[in-house]
Design a protein around this ligand. Structure first.
Ligand SMILES: NC(=O)c1ccc[n+]([C@@H]2O[C@H](COP(=O)([O-])OP(=O)(O)OC[C@H]3O[C@@H](n4cnc5c(N)ncnc54)[C@H](OP(=O)(O)O)[C@@H]3O)[C@@H](O)[C@H]2O)c1
Length: 293
């Protein structure tokens, strides 16, 4: 099976690529940005024409919320236009396998109730441009290719070399013994990228209905409570004191990015909560711990 993955020079797609390449039955097609530029329909069509992928995991994007705000036209062209062009190609070329693409828990950024678990069917009013682009992509792709799955990803982490993330930031705060504030009026989860890659493979080979999926772990407490649990794990992993490093704080307005798990569990995918996911990451990627300074 030939699976096209976009964005493989980036964080998530490079992890998903490595995970899928462990399976000898899968051939991963991993074009660079120059080889497949998602802002060009001609580029997308030329790639499909030449390589005829059986399935597609689209992870290329302008993923930085601030960058989207700085460069509205380009980010819309990539973040909404990209999935739409690829869905158009998948339909036109009769791609038989699944089309999975990245959306974001930011689509829930309008939820002001810090106790709420957001469901896929909830009415949405996202607060930032990036999230509005993702939501529009979900809607337009569903109209073109109803079998496509939009994955509402939370803020993912791992320990491998690459950009900063939730867990790496905490590790640095432990090493520097620098306290960090975490909101008591915020509900959200963070998930190890390794779990997300495994979940994508499961979904890829499932007969789950198309549509939008909450694709990250459950929130088991507010952000401060979660951070205390993760710091405890890091204290053990690093052999350093962690007491008092998580400081309770408050957002000016409460919010919840927390994702209800019912739909994703109904297709056989069960994500761990943030602390459990961090524990698994620390176990599987312990070799990288010393490199994080
Ligand atoms: N990271 C997270 O925690 C997180 C959370 C929620 C959702 N997401 C979503 O998950 C997906 C992956 O995120 P990420 O953090 O892995 O992103 P990333 O590290 O910023 O990587 C983005 C990738 O997209 C490529 N790209 C950008 N514009 C392109 C274009 N016009 N044509 C082809 N490729 C292009 C980049 O290639 P070049 O560098 O060569 O330009 C890079 O490989 C994104 O859709 C993001 O919005 C991520």
């Amino acid at each position: 099976m030939k699976i096209l993955i976009t964005g493989t020079s980036g964080f998530l797609a490079s992890r998903v690529r490595a995970y899928l390449e462990e399976d000898a039955a899968i051939e991963v097609l991993a074009p660079s940005h120059a080889e497949l530029d998602v802002i060009s329909l001609d580029s997308c069509k030329a790639y499909f024409d030449r390589h005829r992928p059986d399935a597609l995991i689209h992870l290329a994007a302008i993923s930085d919320i601030a960058e989207c705000a700085r460069n509205e036209a380009l980010s819309r062209d990539v973040n909404t236009g990209g999935p739409v062009r690829l869905a158009t190609c998948a339909k036109e070329y009769g791609m038989t396998g699944r089309f999975l693409f990245a959306s974001s828990d930011q689509v829930y950024s309008g939820t002001k109730d810090a106790g709420r678990l957001n469901r896929e069917t909830d009415p949405l009013s996202p607060e930032n441009l990036y999230a509005r682009e993702k939501l529009e992509a979900e809607e337009r792709v569903a109209a073109i290719l109803p079998s496509a799955c939009a994955l509402r990803l939370d803020w993912m982490f791992d320990l491998k070399p690459g950009k900063a993330n939730y867990l790496k930031n905490m590790i640095r705060s432990v090493r520097e013994q620098r306290p960090v504030r975490y909101a008591v009026n915020e509900l959200r989860a963070q998930t190890w990228a390794g779990e997300v890659a495994a979940g994508m493979k499961t979904l890829l080979f499932s007969d789950a209905p198309g549509g939008s999926y909450n694709f990250g772990g459950p929130a088991s407490g507010n952000s401060y409570e979660t951070a205390v649990r993760v710091y405890d794990l890091l204290g053990e992993a690093l052999g350093m004191p962690v007491r008092g490093l998580a400081v309770p704080g408050e957002l000016p307005v409460p919010r919840s990015l927390a994702m209800d798990q019912e739909k994703i569990r109904s297709v056989g995918i069960r994500f761990r909560d943030t602390a459990e996911s961090a524990a698994l990451c620390l176990e599987k990627e312990a070799a990288y711990l010393d490199d994080i300074r």
